[in-house]
Design a protein around this ligand. Sequence first.
Ligand code: CDP
Length: 237
Amino acid sequence: MLDFRCHHFAQGEPLLIIAIDGPAASGKSTVAREVASRLHFRHLDTGAMYRAVTWLALQNRTSPSDAATLIRLANESPVTFSYLDGASIATAVRIGDRDVTTAVRLPEIDANVSAVASVPEVRAALVAQQRKLAAVFDTVVEGRDIGTVVFPAADLKVFLTASVEERARRRQLDHVAQGISVGTDEVQARLEKRDLIDSTRAASPLEVAPDAELLDTTGLTVEEVVDRIVERVEAIL
Ligand code: CDP
């Protein structure tokens, strides 16, 4: 099997970036992680970074509408990921020295993250960190603006979609696994609210890059989606 391709960097070969964008609960994380593992690339979850800043803001009792404080927090407290040697998937996400791996998945973060992510200077701080993180390894980067703004020259861009009912069903399963009880209608309403904010904000809205491959995952298994993306990547390796 391939080892991490970071050594190619030393040999002067450009690193590869695979951009996976899409709306809330479209399956990005599951698919991006699996694609990264199969290819021995690193996985970078940019949503976790916006979630981490949101966690810090709530912790400090900062309102998600207090842009000046959010900007200061995002600039003062970098988000970092820990990876075991040679592993594709991070084992922990931290903001400053606080481990927020589990906390960033709580519903109160879901409810506030889109407001935090709509502040342009917060985005600028995190985008700079994302570019640095992906500058050392071949990376599968997942988010909302990866193919449009963060890595417009990505080697492959995929935009994952699924019907809102299917996405609500998937997020509900995540909640059940975490022991969180929320009704399916409520989950769907929250997803629709977040998608609306994410796709109508002025700064880097959620949109399909013109050169992205649109992949509707409704009715497809994770394996089918992953196979399709891995095939595309192998064709350009
Ligand atoms: O996992 P899920 O699809 O629910 O969300 P996520 O990928 O963890 O992203 C959480 C939120 O962060 C999104 O709803 C966006 O508001 C924001 N985000 C963003 O603005 N840009 C990114 N590149 C990634 C996430």
